[in-house]
Design a protein around this ligand. Sequence first.
Ligand code: BTN
Length: 250
Amino acid sequence: MRFELIHHGQVDSTSERAFAAIAAGTARHGDVHIATEQTKGRGRFGRAWHSPPGEGLYMSVVLLPPPPAWDAPALTITAGLAMFDAAAALGVTQARLKWPNDLMCDGCKLAGALIETRGLDPAHPHYVVGIGLNVGQAGFPPELDRRPTSLALLGVSTTVEAALHQVLRAFSRRVEQMSSAPARLAADYARASHLDGARVRVRFGESDVAGDVVGLSLHEGLRLRTAAGAEQWFSLAVIRQIEPVRQTAE
Ligand code: BTN
């Protein structure tokens, strides 16, 4: 993929800038909006994304693929793996992905991605992939609801530019793999998220199902074997949360 970097100083949200360009008809596939600071950085489920000046990577990639529309859950997994790969390339060895694309280290969140589209028209599909990666923060405000961490706190000394370079490199490779080798991408995701063979509880809306993971496919979903021994596919689009279930010795 070819990327065009669009640098901003302080913005509300890089994803908002990307949507503004799409609405104005000036956006191109591969545009990357980057800011030094966000005043209204947002995460999944309407959460805020803490975006202090110069300390994190705040970027949003515009995707205007040719029809048919790309599979949004597949894109979500792709963005998660790109962050995982980038962190590994920067020297983070202990990261894992938490469904769908929280990048965690020792129970703390290092990075996250938010994939959005507005009024998806299958004839003119568009997505904005917003990625936030904590780079240089030496600490975080205590009021943040989920414990964050940063590359600096993990002992990785690097720059926002170097992090950007690694994320784009990994993203390009994983987007290509999404169509050329989807089974490989799914297998890499299952490994990076420790889902391979794991006993999990999967939450959909207000209900949940427990079982052992026996398969993951970008298009068919997550295959679970329940305690009754039945196997079933669950569409990735409806999975809200996947939690490990601690197994007791029998
Ligand atoms: C999450 O884990 O909840 C997703 C966090 C996504 C944050 C990034 S920072 C760049 C882009 N602009 C935003 O407003 N959000 C995303």
